[in-house]
Design a protein around this ligand. Structure first.
Ligand code: PGA
Length: 241
């Protein structure tokens, strides 16, 4: 794993967007794996700016998001469908039919949705560049500690810490989802290239364990060391001191 440390979050976001933009220019019909959460917000803003100011073209780009809460329909304001529309898709020239996010709608057969989603990724020819954040507990996508490195897209129960963290994004009286659909660790490792992003002191211990501890299912992100083409961009705040 190559590690790039930037002085601050803004530089992390610019470096991440520059890498993604280079990849799109090299392969205009690239398939991207996309994350949600706080960490990639600056990268999305910078990609939108590059679309507006530098004609970065998303018209042939395909995207697969990494996860979605179970029990939230795509029009739910806290769904990752809504996040992606608000924060990115509505601001660039991506075709709606080229964007893919697991459907966590209530009443849907979630296991069938997981199989459909994994098949759709495979059917697209696979993910060329997958961008992923890291949880304070070392999770990648919603692969919580203990997830098998051979896991594929599936329904998972969220860790208590993950649910606690999600609370700040939900109104006070909202029922916070306790489960999700996530692509698996094997799905992530199948991507041709991976970009790991980490910012914030809350991530420092997880980053340190990812880079230095023995590779283990207790630190899901450590699986990324099994992949031959991973770049991690951390800012100073995510470095242990
Ligand atoms: P965050 O989430 O970017 O909101 O910190 C990252 C993650 O939990 O994977």
């Amino acid at each position: 794993m190559r590690v790039l440390v930037t002085p601050d979050y803004r530089t992390l976001s610019e470096e991440a967007a520059a890498l993604v933009a280079r990849a799109i220019r090299a392969k205009p019909d690239i398939t991207l794996g996309l994350p949600t959460g706080n960490t990639p917000l600056g990268m999305y803003e910078e990609l939108i700016r590059r679309h507006r100011d530098e004609s970065l073209d998303f018209s042939r780009v395909q995207t697969f998001n990494l996860d979605e809460y179970l029990g939230l329909a795509p029009d739910h304001p806290q769904s990752y469908h809504a996040y992606m529309r608000d924060r990115f898709f509505d601001h660039v020239n991506i075709a709606a039919e080229n964007t893919h996010i697991p459907d966590g709608s209530p009443g849907r057969d979630a296991d069938a949705e997981c199989r459909r989603y994994e098949d759709a990724i495979r059917g697209s020819g696979g993910i060329d560049l997958l961008i992923v954040g890291i949880g304070a507990n070392g999770h990648i996508a919603f692969n919580e500690p203990g997830s098998s490195f051979e896991s594929h897209t599936r329904v998972v129960t969220l860790a208590t810490q993950t649910i606690e963290n999600a609370k700040r994004h939900f109104p006070n009286d909202a029922n916070i989802p306790t489960s999700a659909i996530t692509i698996g660790i094997r799905t992530i490792l199948n991507a041709r290239r991976i970009l790991l992003l980490a910012s914030d002191p809350s991530k420092a211990e997880a980053v340190e364990r990812t880079l230095r501890d023995p590779i283990s299912e207790s630190v899901p992100a450590s699986a990324l060391r099994l992949h031959s083409d991973v770049i991690a961009i951390l800012d100073e705040s995510a470095r242990q001191r």
